[in-house]
Design a protein around this ligand. Structure first.
Ligand SMILES: [Zn+2]
Length: 202
């Protein structure tokens, strides 16, 4: 039987590793993976590294959409060619309230893929609200951190995010249809403000 097709849609080259690198390593052979980076072009170092990491570490097909301005109709048109059953992307809070993560989430969610799964917030979230938890082995964790450290800086808060992620042995996910993310959202807003992150501009 052919493997189920799973698609990862991220804003930047490095998000795939930061939010689900260990999961991709573990489920490498279980699904037929495509990893799609929305804002990246092939021309710079991050884009080239993304292509290599996806192919060599995750055994996935990499796709770079090069939609830097994140116009909805353009991104939607390019993503419409994917008929994947499972789609992973940023959560409603953009993990760190990163505006581009939130934008990608909003566009992807509006496309109503069959099964949408979103990343776990950067910090402070109640673990019992997670719908999926994947425990990483030491080897997976080490490789993930090594890849993250080799990527050029894509987030101004990258160093801080990395410090938190370094101590994580588990990657967690939310299934938005379960609607636990609204509870998480309220709780999380306070946590992020305490950490000095910008809040979402509505
Ligand atoms: Zn990002």
């Amino acid at each position: 039987m052919p493997k189920i097709k799973a698609l990862v849609i991220v804003a930047h080259a490095d998000d795939e590793t930061m939010w689900m690198g260990g999961t991709l390593m573990q489920l490498k052979n279980k699904y037929n993976w495509t990893i799609c980076c929305v804002t990246q072009s092939k021309k710079n170092k991050a884009g080239k590294m993304f292509m290599n990491v996806c192919r060599e570490v995750y055994g996935a097909k990499p796709v770079l959409l090069n939609c830097c301005s994140l116009r909805e109709h353009e991104v939607t048109r390019k993503l419409a060619k994917f008929d994947h059953k499972i789609v992973f992307t940023h959560n409603a809070m953009g993990e760190t309230y990163h505006p581009r993560h939130i934008r990608v989430h909003d566009i992807v969610k509006a496309m109503r893929f069959e099964k949408l799964i979103t990343f776990w917030p950067y910090s402070g979230a109640r673990k019992d609200l997670a719908d999926i938890s994947i425990d990483l082995t030491e080897t997976e964790k080490r490789l993930k951190l090594e890849i993250m450290s080799r990527y050029p800086l894509s987030h101004s808060d990258f160093e801080q995010v990395r410090k938190i992620i370094k101590n994580r042995n588990t990657e967690r996910f939310l299934i938005p249809e379960n609607k636990k993310d609204s509870m998480l959202y309220k709780f999380y807003t306070t946590q992020l403000t305490d950490h000095g992150f910008v809040t979402r501009d509505f």
